[in-house]
Ligand binder design. Structure first.
Ligand code: ZN
Length: 312
């Protein structure tokens, strides 16, 4: 068996994970970073989802929803495999004979490697909830003047980074809002939402800070990409302390410039290439930050926080 690489964690993170499991909020699966949620956890997450959806709708967002699988061709076009090959997951399936099916089942019954019987399909796991939006919008033809604001909802997304840190999941809900349009419109929207996001988290009693950030790009070339991203302030994050020495990003606001517009052929009303920006709120991380800050029983949370989430 190949040992699975698990990211290092602090005692504080492991202890918080145990507390969450003991209280039934998280349900362990035996694989780090894959958890079920109980009703209490899901109730808070559902209220948060509703809150974000309403804020976006009030500002003119159009709702689109996609499954948590992405056509392989779209992932290949996006550049994800050059930037984040270590985080991607793809779907394989059996396409063999009866004899191979028996051999596979036999191998699996001993929990041994049965990957030789599996073949790549046309699907990958969704790495970010905004990815299906760009080709979908490109298909509609030229944008109207002013572009488009899409609420892509809270999809399950996959990142291959097993960890004992309860805030670092392999699968979690990422609520993505996407703005597609003229360069200045998109940049203004990104900055406006960074402030709105900050105000939203603070209204939930979280000590959030907005900071410049970079993505965890792979390899040596990745370090250069990360430096450029910081220099140009293309990524902002809302940070809150959950567990461990570093604050955790609960939301990120990404400016892609022309990347997705030119990759998928999204045209502005005047025929130019559209700029795009997206923002992603990590539902589970926000719920964990609330549980850590206000206690593991939402019934005892401060009244203003309960009111913000319509818990009372
Ligand atoms: Zn995104």
């Amino acid at each position: 068996m190949v040992a699975i690489e698990v990211r290092p964690v602090t005692a504080d993170q492991v202890e918080f994970l145990h507390e969450l499991v003991e209280h039934g909020l998280l349900i362990e699966s035996g694989v780090p970073g894959i958890y079920g949620h109980n009703e209490v956890f899901e109730d808070v997450r559902g209220r948060l989802d509703h809150r974000l959806t309403s804020e976006a709708a009030a500002r003119g967002a159009v709702r689109l929803r996609f499954p948590p699988l992405l056509p392989r061709h779209q992932l290949e076009l996006s550049g994800y495999l050059s930037s984040f090959p270590h985080l991607a997951g793809s779907v394989y399936a059996f396409e063999g004979s009866e004899a191979e099916a028996i051999a596979q089942a036999d191998r699996a019954s001993r929990h041994e490697d049965w990957s030789e019987f599996q073949r790549m399909t046309d699907l990958t796991l969704l790495p970010a909830a905004c990815y299906p939006v760009y080709p979908a919008v490109a298909q509609r033809g030229r944008l109207e003047p002013g572009g488009l604001f899409v609420d892509a909802g809270a999809s399950w997304v996959f990142r291959h980074e097993p960890s004992q840190d309860p805030a670092r999941r392999q699968m979690f809900h990422q609520h993505e809002l996407v703005r597609i349009g003229e360069p200045e419109t998109v940049l203004e929207w990104r900055d406006e939402w960074a402030e709105l996001g900050l105000a939203l988290l603070r209204s939930l009693g979280l000590e959030a800070e907005l900071d410049n950030a970079n993505d965890p790009f792979f390899g040596r070339k990745g370090r250069m990409l990360a430096a450029t991203q910081r220099e140009q302030a293309l990524k902002l994050e809302l940070l809150v302390y959950i567990a461990g020495p570093e604050p955790t990003a609960l939301a990120s606001f990404n400016h892609h410039l022309e990347h997705f517009g030119s990759t998928f052929g999204i045209s502005l009303a005047d025929g130019g290439t559209a700029h795009t920006a997206c923002l992603g709120f990590g539902h589970e991380r926000i719920v964990l930050a609330l549980l850590r800050t206000h206690g593991l029983d939402p019934r005892t949370w401060p009244e203003p926080v309960r009111e913000e989430l319509s818990l009372s």
